[in-house]
Each structure stands twice: as C-alpha cells, then as structure tokens.
Design a protein around this ligand. Structure first.
Ligand SMILES: [Zn+2]
Ligand SMILES: [Zn+2]
Length: 104
C-alpha cells in the first residue's frame, strides 16, 4: 500500500491552512535531510525552514527532488485517480493527526 499522504505538502498546510498536492512544476516534491518532503515553492520561500512534520532545522536546504514521490504522483494521476480522490475526500472529512502519520 502506497502512503498517499506522502504526496501532500505539509508546509503549505501550515502556512495557508490548506493542503497542496505535489506536481511536476512549482510544487514538485523536495525531500529533506530527515526524509520528509515539502513542495518546491515552500522550500524556496524560507531557506531555513524547519521540517513541518518533525521540526528538524534546515531540513530542505539541499532541495533534493523526491523522485519517488513524483513517480507515485504520476502513477495515481494516470491510473488511479478515482482511488486517489476517494482518499482525498476521506481526508477532508476526517482531518486528524492519525492521517498525518508518515512512513511505516
Ligand atoms: Zn508547499
Ligand atoms: Zn522531517
């Protein structure tokens, strides 16, 4: 089971009270030194940003593209949009810390 929640930028959520999916442009996934990801826009908006998930300082200064997340995004976009949308609707209804759990 792929962890769909890893396709959302939590830095966007923190700043704008909304969740943004990664895409292949301004919101491409940038993986930090802690292993979490935020979008490119967030990574350049604050160079010294702490990780929004684990609060690690300066986690995204290297701006390493998270190709795994990008590949997952593409997969869901092309093959499983219905499944993805269903998950998204669930997230909207049951927004809670339990859906923010990362990894395994
Ligand atoms: Zn973001
Ligand atoms: Zn982190």
């Amino acid at each position: 089971m792929i962890h769909l929640e890893s396709l959302v930028c939590y830095a966007c959520q923190t700043n704008q009270n909304e969740r943004n999916l990664f895409d292949d442009k301004d919101r491409r996934a940038i993986v930090g030194t802690c292993g979490h990801s935020i979008c490119f826009t967030c990574s350049i908006s604050d160079e010294n940003r702490n990780c929004p998930i684990c609060s690690k300082p300066n986690a995204f200064i290297h701006r390493t593209v998270n190709y795994e997340a990008m590949a997952q995004m593409e997969y869901y976009r092309t093959n499983m949009f219905a499944t993805f949308r269903k998950w998204w609707e669930t997230l909207e209804l049951e927004y809670a810390p339990t859906v923010l759990r990362w990894g395994t």
